[in-house]
Structures are given as C-alpha cells and as structure tokens.
Design a protein around this ligand. Sequence first.
Ligand SMILES: Cc1cc2nc3c(=O)[nH]c(=O)nc-3n(C[C@H](O)[C@H](O)[C@H](O)COP(=O)(O)O)c2cc1C
Length: 137
Amino acid sequence: MSINQLVYISQAVRKMSAADLLAIQRVAKENNAPIDVTGSLFYNGGWFLQVLEGPLATIDALYRKIEKDPRHKNSRVLYKQPATFRTFTRWSMNMTNLEDRQADKYEQLVEVIDAARSDRKIGQASPAVTLLNIFKS
Ligand SMILES: Cc1cc2nc3c(=O)[nH]c(=O)nc-3n(C[C@H](O)[C@H](O)[C@H](O)COP(=O)(O)O)c2cc1C
C-alpha cells in the first residue's frame, strides 16, 4: 500500500502540560496503530507540529478529525506528498515536548517550528521537508 505523509502546524488554545500531551499521545497511539498510521507530534511554545504517515485516504480522514479538536486552532497543512518509506516506522505516534528542552535535536526542531509558524524557509527547504530530513537515515 502506498504511503503518504502529511505535516501540519496548529496553535494550542492554551498552554499544554506534560499530562495534556501524554493524554493526546495515548489516544493517538491507540487509534493510529490499527489503521496503519505512524508519525510524530512536536509541541513547543503553544504550537503543535505533527507528521502523519499512512495510506492517503486514511491520513486525510484522520487529519479532518484532528483539525476539529478543540485543543488547537488555525491548523494549516504544510506538506502532503507520497513517500517511498515511512520516516517514523517505529511509532504509531511519537511525542516530543520541546518545552522540557531534553529533546534530541532540540535546536533543529525549535528552528523548524519557528520557521513553519512564520511561513519561512530554512535555507532553500520548506520547514516540513527539513523536519522529515532530520529523521531520515
Ligand atoms: C495536536 C493533536 C494531535 C492529535 N493526533 C491524533 C492522532 O494522531 N490520532 C488520533 O487518533 N487522534 C489524535 N488526536 C486526538 C483527536 O483529535 C481526537 O480527540 C481523538 O482521535 C478521538 O478519539 P476517539 O475517536 O477514540 O474518541 C490529536 C489531537 C490533537 C490536539
């Protein structure tokens, strides 16, 4: 089955605690595993950035559900493309809370969210492409 990747950015409606984020991740993992969706969710400074990977119709339907979630607003798709491989093979939904500053690749990820929210490129590349490249290999 061919895989597509969708990346969006959105604004949290309030400051998310670690517990809030874990609650989102728990449900996401439960729901995504059986529908063959993998991906990663990043949070920093009131912004969510999420990668969804899976069959096109599945990620389209999932995105339509997620964007209606009252915990965030102003969701904007940055990237939607077919992919040869999944980038987050091991995760039905990974979660990186950049607020705790412990994250691997912290500086690069903060830069990606910053560029995405202000609609800026990173060098020649779009923030979504930069994000996917960070986790390739
Ligand atoms: C930023 C954010 C990311 C989310 N990501 C997912 C996801 O990857 N998969 C998912 O099923 N729900 C995700 N959710 C939760 C959905 O919006 C929704 O609350 C949930 O899917 C409902 O689950 P239920 O149908 O089992 O009650 C996310 C919510 C937010 C705020």
